[in-house]
Write a protein that binds this ligand. Structure first.
Ligand code: NI
Length: 174
C-alpha cells in the first residue's frame, strides 16, 4: 500500500534514504499515482529527478525530467544503470540534502535498462546531464545520497548544514 496523500519530500538522515529499496511488483494505478505525485514534488522543489525513497516510498522507481518540466517526466521502474569508462567531476545537489551543492565524480556515460509506465522494458545509452541524473537516482534506490559520496573536505565545509539536517530529523522523531 502506498499512502499517496502522505508522500512528501524526505531529507537525510531519514532511514528510507539509507536503505536499498524494493522492486516494484506490478505497474498498477497506485504506481501511476505515485509517479504523478513524485513529479509534483520534483516540480515544487525545482529538481530534475526524484527517487521513490525521496517521497518516502521504498520502491525501486525514479523519475527524471532534465528541464524540470512535469510534461517531460519519464519514469524508470526497477532500473539497472551500468557505467564504464571515463569519469567527470561536477557540482551536484539533491532535494533530500537541501542547501548542499558539492562536487561528485560520476561516469560520463552509462546504460540504463528499466520498465516504463507502459510496462515495456527499454534500454538507453546516456551521457552528459542525463547520465549524471541516472547515476544519482540509481544511488537513491540503493540507499546512497551525495552526502555519502562527498569528499571529506566537502563534509567539513558543509558540516553546519549537515548537522542542521541531523538535528531536524532528531526533533521530528521525538
Ligand atoms: Ni537526490
Amino acid at each position: 500500500m502506498i499512502d499517496i496523500e502522505n508522500c512528501h519530500i524526505t531529507h537525510i538522515p531519514a532511514k528510507v534514504l539509507a536503505e536499498p529499496a524494493k522492486p516494484v511488483e506490478k505497474i498498477d494505478e497506485p504506481i501511476r499515482k505515485l509517479v504523478d505525485k513524485m513529479a509534483d514534488i520534483m516540480v515544487e522543489y525545482k529538481g530534475v529527478g526524484l527517487a521513490g525513497p525521496q517521497a518516502g516510498v521504498p520502491l525501486r522507481i525514479f523519475i527524471i525530467s532534465l528541464d524540470g518540466q512535469k510534461e517531460n517526466v519519464r519514469a524508470f521502474i526497477n532500473p539497472t544503470v551500468v557505467c564504464d569508462g571515463k569519469t567527470v567531476t561536477n557540482e551536484e545537489g539533491c532535494l533530500s540534502v537541501p542547501g548542499v551543492f558539492t562536487r561528485i565524480r560520476r561516469y560520463k556515460k552509462c546504460t540504463v535498462t528499466a520498465t516504463g509506465l507502459d510496462g515495456k522494458v527499454f534500454t538507453e545509452e546516456a551521457e552528459g546531464l542525463y547520465a549524471r541524473a541516472l547515476q544519482h537516482e540509481f544511488d537513491h534506490i540503493n540507499g546512497t545520497t551525495i552526502a555519502d559520496k562527498m569528499s571529506t573536505v566537502a563534509k567539513i565545509a558543509h558540516r553546519k548544514k549537515l548537522q542542521e539536517l541531523k538535528d531536524r530529523q532528531e526533533n521530528e522523531n521525538q
